[in-house]
Structure formats: C-alpha cells, structure tokens
Write a protein that binds this ligand. Structure first.
Ligand code: NDP
Length: 288
C-alpha cells in the first residue's frame, strides 16, 4: 500500500480563494473591508517570516492588514495598551499577537487582554472554554486546518480511533477537542506517555504535534491510518515533520507532507476566522 498524499497547499489555496470571494461580498454589503491586526514584538526571524506571510495573504484576500511592530524591549503595559486600542477599533475585526513574546512579557496576560470576539487565533481562555463546551467561538487555526484536511479525506469521522501526540494549548488540546466533537475516540499522548508506539498502532487517525523530527515511525502505524503531521523542524537546513515520512508513507492510507501539508492551512484558516469575526462584528450571518 502507498499512502495518498494530502495536498494541504492546494486545499489551502482553494480555501483562500473562497474566503476572498466572500470577503468581496461582505465588503459590498457592510460598506467596509474586514481588518486583521498583527502585533509583532521583537525580531525573532521565524516570527518575522510568519508576520510577513500573514500580511501578504490578508491583503491578497481583500482585507485590511494592520501591522504593529514593536521593539523587543517594549514593556508589557505598552503592549496591553496597544491591545486595548485594537479592541476598541471598529476597523479591526481580528487581533493576533505573534508568539513567542520576549521573556519579560507574560503571554497569558496578553492573550487574556484580547477581546474574545476578536481573538481569531482562538487562544483566549473564553474561546478554549467555548470549544470545550460545544459553544460557537474561535478555534485555533492549525488544528482547525488539520480537521478540514481530515474531513475532506475521510468524510464522517464518527467512531474512529484518534491519537493526538502533543498537548499544547495551541495545537494538541484544541485538536483533541475538535476530534471529540466529531465523535472520534480520542487519546492524547505527551512526553510522559508510556508505550506510544502501541497507542499509535490502534489509531485510525494520528495527529503528530510534538516538535521532534521524524519521531513517529512507519512500523508504529495501523495500515491505512490517516496521518497528519503538524511538526515543523529544521534539520540540516531542510524542513521535516514529526513523522518519518519515508517509513510512514508505505503504511498509511493518507498522509500530509512537510512542507506542503498542514503549514499552508494555518494562514488560510486565519483568514477564514477573520472573515467570520467581521460578519459577527457587523451583525451579518455567516453561513459556513
Ligand atoms: P509544544 O512544544 O508546545 O508541545 C509539544 C508537545 O509534545 C508537548 O505536549 C509535549 O509533552 C509533547 N512531547 C514532547 N516530547 C514527546 C515525546 N517524546 N513523546 C510524546 N510527546 C512528546 O509544541 P506545539 O504544540 O506548539 O508545536 C508542535 C509542533 O508543531 C512543532 O514542531 C511546531 O513547530 C509545529 N507547529 C506547526 C504549526 C503549523 O502551522 N504547521 C503551528 C504550530 C506548531 P509535554 O506536554 O509532556 O511536555
């Protein structure tokens, strides 16, 4: 058997085109364009790349992009004041503070300061709570992108066994919540998990969000499993995932490559979340 490759790049492109069409309709109806504010503190090179791509994608979708670049030594109070002004700005539908923040700033305090209705990253505790309790809210972009790819490939996920490796607030936990919502039987693994290969071997769906290059091996997989590789690791100048693609692809039923799998979905979903926020803020119904 050889896995079908899940082309996240093509799926993300399609999603971005649909978002752009609906942005044009929204703008005509609301008399204004959706706006996304991105805040970058400091000069982390990877964050600069992400912020630049988010800006380009936002403008390409027909939305307004407000970029705020602050020096690394910015005081927490100054950052909180900026977030408060963005919360109050009617032109801003979505606010994203690029993580990680410099060590002297309390990330949780900043996330909590963002209005939950503008929290298009879905990291605010209110949105995490909404996801956990089945209420409408913003869902973190990367796991929502993973779910879109899984549903596109597998259709109904009800009753499937899923293993999520990683329990971060950004990827692992919301991914598990989303799969529970789809009626999967979900196991969440982490660094203290015993006998991870045995758990993975039971799973119809494996989502790897660990940050260890090529950790998940092909002989851990149930033949035919759908494998979603969230990992982005740079090894000798090359990007590799958390799954050992060479040994996994012959066993899996479907698998995302790195790069070109989950990565492109994150920004596409961010645009979608911003469009949803704009509809809500303008009091216009958004039909998914
Ligand atoms: P974190 O470092 O926050 O979380 C990693 C998780 O992996 C933790 O829960 C940790 O467990 C677990 N873990 C560590 N070692 C092991 C092990 N040996 N066995 C099992 N579990 C282990 O990372 P993120 O969730 O933020 O990101 C995960 C990966 O996804 C990274 O490679 C990151 O670059 C990538 N990423 C990609 C995105 C994209 O757009 N494609 C977006 C976000 C992240 P414990 O909790 O016990 O420490």
């Amino acid at each position: 058997m050889n896995a079908q490759i899940i082309d996240g790049k093509a799926f993300a492109q399609g999603l971005r085109e649909r978002v752009a069409e609906r942005t044009a309709q929204f703008s005509e109806r609301a008399g204004r364009v959706p706006g996304l504010a991105v805040v970058l503190v400091g000069e982390d090179p990877a964050s600069q790349v992400y912020v630049r791509s988010k800006h380009k994608a936002t403008v390409a979708a027909g939305m307004a992009s407000f970029e705020h670049r602050l020096p690394a030594e910015t005081a927490q109070d100054e950052l909180l004041a900026l977030v408060a002004s963005l919360n109050a700005d009617d032109a801003v539908d979505g606010i994203l503070v690029q993580l990680p923040l410099p060590a002297h700033i309390d990330e949780n305090a900043v996330i909590a300061a963002i209005s939950p209705d503008k929290d298009v990253d879905g990291f605010h505790p209110v949105n995490a709570g909404r996801l956990a309790t089945g209420l409408d809210g913003f869902v973190p972009c990367t796991p929502l992108g993973c779910l879109m790819l899984l549903k596109d490939r597998l259709g109904n996920l009800s009753g499937l066994d899923a293993v999520v490796i990683g329990r971060s607030n950004i990827v692992g936990k919301p991914m598990a919540q989303l799969l529970i919502r789809e009626s999967c039987t979900v196991t969440v693994a982490h660094s203290r998990t015993r006998d991870l290969p045995a758990l993975v071997r039971r799973a119809d769906i494996v989502v790897a969000a660990v940050g260890l290059p090529e950790m998940v091996k092909g002989d851990w997989l149930k033949p035919g499993a759908a494998v979603i590789d969230v990992g982005i690791n740079r090894v000798e100048g090359k990007l590799v995932g958390d799954v050992d693609f060479a040994s996994a692809a012959p066993v899996a039923g479907a698998i995302t490559p790195v790069p070109g799998g989950v990565g492109p979905m994150t920004i596409a979903v961010l645009l979608r979340n911003t469009l949803v926020a704009a509809h809500r803020n303008a009091g216009i119904a958004f039909e998914a």
